[in-house]
Design a protein around this ligand. Structure first.
Ligand code: UTP
Length: 297
């Protein structure tokens, strides 16, 4: 029986070492694209997909995330006093219904699979979404919303997938395609971080998943995989052998890898250009520096 997906896990317990020293005291998920932290983009996408319960798997040093989704009475009072209604309005995006958000600690960064497993008691026996906030996806329809619609048709496990160049497969989980139906592919196997010559395809998994609770049971065995980490892809791949289908979903939007510096900068430019109040000034500046750069070469 297919059930509604109403819970999402946000694994945010990683160390974010690629952004040190910034991430020494600022959680990666609080870093901002224009004026909104990465986590806000993920929460908005989850809400659009019908998610009602938000489960954060956090670690030491992530309290800024908890504060972000809390009320800030002093700030709100001050804005109200000054008649700054537009600014008060922007704060609404951070409102969370009481009890809708839960925080679980992952005591050691043992890998993404382990982080998801830490939330097992809050998921129990339901399908659930997993969202990695460092993958920011811009598109007409939010990616998770597309995936929930696909899940309502197919059931099973669905992972967001995109084509990557062969030299990049070693950074991703890669799908072994059994049947290709265009936007949906039936998966026959998954390999974590294969070298180009060992990759079964160039269709890579990115940070959006809809998973059956069977994956949590697979994670109970908690075997270490590639890089000594407990891998979520291994637990999903185990379902294939027990006939719970796994699908790759080719989403339509543009994905930015905001866990890397280059991806984060690209997203900053793209989201800046998409804002009417910034577009002209930013585009002019980009044009100017490209001209200067060309002239200097
Ligand atoms: P990354 O591989 O990007 O690791 O994790 P990271 O620690 O965030 O960043 P770098 O590589 O050191 O710069 C992908 C996602 O999985 C979460 C991270 O928080 C991130 O959202 N994660 C990873 C956990 O929650 N726990 C883990 O043990 C590992």
């Amino acid at each position: 029986m297919k059930r509604k997906v109403t819970k999402a896990i946000f694994p945010v317990a990683g160390l974010g070492t690629r952004f040190l020293p910034a991430t020494k005291s600022v959680p990666k998920e609080i870093m901002t694209l224009v004026d909104r932290p990465l986590i806000q983009y993920a929460i908005d996408e989850a809400r659009a997909a019908g998610i009602k319960e938000f489960i954060f798997v956090t670690s030491r040093g992530k309290s800024a995330l908890e504060d972000y989704f809390d009320h800030s009475p002093v700030l709100e009072q001050e804005l109200r006093k000054k008649g700054k209604t537009e600014l008060l309005e922007t704060l609404k995006a951070t409102d969370m219904e009481s009890g809708a958000i839960a925080y679980i600690r992952q005591h050691k960064a043992l890998g993404l699979g382990h982080a998801v497993w830490c939330a097992r008691r809050l998921i129990a026996n339901e399908p659930f979404a997993v969202m990695l906030p460092d993958d920011v996806i811009a598109g007409e329809m939010p990616c998770l919303q597309e995936m929930v619609a696909a899940y309502e048709e197919s059931g099973g496990n669905i992972v967001a997938a995109m084509e990557v160049p062969p030299e990049k497969t070693s950074s991703y989980g890669v799908l072994d395609i059994r049947e290709d139906h265009g936007s949906m592919v039936r998966v026959g196997g998954m390999v974590e971080k294969p070298k180009a010559e060992e990759a079964p395809s160039n269709l890579a998994v990115i940070g959006r998943y809809i998973l059956e609770p069977t994956v949590l049971r697979n994670l109970n065995k908690l075997k270490q995989g590639a890089g000594g980490e407990i891998q979520l892809t291994d637990a999903i791949a185990e379902d294939i052998a027990s006939d719970v289908p796994v699908y790759g979903y080719r989403f339509r939007g543009q994905r930015f890898d905001c866990g890397s510096k280059a991806g984060f900068l690209q997203a900053t430019v793209a989201f800046g250009l998409s804002r009417p109040e910034l577009r002209e000034e930013l585009a002019g500046y980009l044009h100017e520096i490209i001209q200067t750069d060309k002239a200097a070469q």
